[in-house]
Ligand binder design. Sequence first.
Ligand code: LHQ
Length: 256
Amino acid sequence: MTILVEKHAGYRQITLNRPERLNALTVEMGSALLDALDEAEGDESCRAVLLTGAGRGFCAGQDLSEVSGDTDLAQVLDHYNRMIRKLRVLPLPVVCAVNGVAAGAGANLALACDIVLAARSASFTQAFAKIGLVPDCGGTWFLPRLVGAARARALAMLAEPVPAATAAEWGMIWQVVDDDRLMDEAHRLAARLATQATQGLALTKRALDGAETNDLDRQLDLERVLQGEAGRTPDYAEGARAFLEKRPPVFSGRRR
Ligand code: LHQ
């Protein structure tokens, strides 16, 4: 199995599972990841996703032994683009626990997730330039937004590894965590997100993604529409009621 799925209370852990190849991606693995995300979305009891890698690496990008000089890389990217789009539109928060090296498409797969934690020993490399390719899986879009144009350009052109602590300092990821605490921390975060107002978080994802291309006027309109939707969820009613009753809210995550 190139992808492992474990069900926890309120969330699913998806593990990239080709540790002998540092979880390098194959098309089959990309499809399995997509299926796992679809299944998470279809499961009403699943309110968050935790993505990580088996073994000492997170993901070394495309498995280079699977693509030859004859392979049409544009076609290969069709598969990966579906995976990145799915992560962004998934109406569930996605925590990524980067347990080791994240290179090429593997680095950008991590950056497509909502909250990225990385082990102190992990690193992020836009490895593409080393083999004559262009950063893909959204790298050219995520990186400048996360770390700014100057750093994005140098990282894309020099393909130098960014240690996890630097990635956190630059705002590329949420937090760096000591290696032996990474998975505890990631589970704690996923479990916490699984108790939150799931629909509100899904709408927040939509708002933040919209902000990447909207001007302020359009973004205010989008916020208005999404807030209208949030205001019709049971979790908003519960959140407001709990506040007024001075007690912690109990969110169901339900749409209606
Ligand atoms: C690998 C890989 C790998 C196969 C390690 N493939 N075996 C491109 C084309 C098409 C469309 C989709 O998008 C893309 C985007 C891309 O992702 S292009 C970028 C592809 N990735 C890379 O160029 C990174 C290649 N890997 C490395 O540079 C190193 O392995 C890193 C720096 C990640 C880790 O180095 P080490 O910790 O020294 O490990 P290692 O190199 O010894 O790797 C362990 C094993 O994994 C080794 O196999 P072996 O049989 O010798 O033990 C590697 O050959 C294998 N492996 N990455 N991408």
